[in-house]
Write a protein that binds this ligand. Structure first.
Ligand code: G1P
Length: 274
């Protein structure tokens, strides 16, 4: 059973300036709930209640969000507003939170390596909170992946098909189909040009990683954009053993972009009103 889930959350969120000038991008609300809370809910649903967050300067609001606020709770106690805190209270009661800081922005691989001190020597989930995943017909994406992990015991990345002219925004995989929705990864490229992309199967921000990934990241040279890429470390893992790519069930919104954020807001607002 995987207990830990890592949230790299040190990034600046420059695409949302000026909103993110003094507020962490992970605190941007979709309707009335911050993005990171959706991610933590998904982790908890998958049984991962040890939440490990890689933060950075200016991210204190994250820690405050996952903590009691006695003054506020006292103020609204007994009023109808109290029920608005039911979800976050459940999370605070059922999860533990630990934090470490990433001092320099050196890529997602580096952010994940920074989290090693919190994760230790065990398999763990990774959630990139700006990819919002919702499966209204069943279990969440991380839970689907945890189920597969129990069977295969190796690293798993969530993938989806994207149009050819969007592959340059993602890590892209190719490999041998094991079943309709599962592929054994043989090739993996970070943000390829469309001419160089091995397929149109893009990695989205959900991973299950086995702990040998940490040594592989340590050995990974800076790649695309001069950053340490998790995609490159995973490619090394795929060459040595097994990495699976899973076509998940559900919707995914790129809330790191304005368009995706608005789409997610509309989608969640429909559900909120029902
Ligand atoms: C990161 C990863 C990329 C992945 C993407 C999913 O990129 O490096 O492989 O496809 O997340 O959202 P970023 O969007 O942080 O540039």
């Amino acid at each position: 059973m995987i207990k830990k889930c890592l949230f790299p959350a040190a990034g600046y969120g420059t695409r949302f300036l000026p909103a993110t000038k003094s507020m962490p991008k992970e605190m941007m609300p979709i309707v009335n709930k911050p993005l990171i809370e959706y991610g933590v809910e998904e982790a908890l649903e998958a049984g991962m209640s040890d939440i490990c967050i890689v933060t950075g300067r200016g991210k204190r609001a994250l820690e405050d969000h996952f903590d009691a606020n006695y003054e506020l709770e006292h103020q609204i106690s007994g009023s109808s507003k109290e029920e608005l805190l039911t979800g976050i209270r459940k999370i605070i009661n059922e999860c533990t939170f630990s934090y470490t800081r990433q001092r320099e922005m050196k890529g997602l691989g580096h952010a994940i390596l920074t989290g090693q001190t919190l994760v230790g020597d065990q398999p763990f989930g990774v959630v990139l909170a700006d990819d919002l995943c919702i499966n209204s017909d069943g279990s969440g994406v991380l839970s689907q992946m945890a189920q597969l992990y129990r069977q295969f015991r190796c690293s798993i990345v969530a993938v989806m098909e994207v149009p050819e002219d969007e592959v340059h925004k993602y890590g892209v995989i190719a490999g041998q189909a094991i079943s309709d929705d599962l592929i054994r990864v043989e090739n993996m490229v970070e943000k390829p040009r469309k001419e160089d992309a091995p397929s149109n199967l893009a990695i989205i921000g959900r991973y299950i990683l086995t702990p040998d990934i940490f040594d592989l990241i340590s050995d990974t040279q800076p790649g695309k954009g001069g950053e340490i890429q998790i995609t490159d470390a995973l490619m090394a893992q795929a060459e040595r053993g097994c990495v699976l790519a899973y076509k998940f069930k559900g919707e995914r919104f790129d809330c790191g972009s304005i368009e995706g954020f608005i789409e997610a807001t509309n989608y969640c607002y429909d559900a909120f009103r029902k």
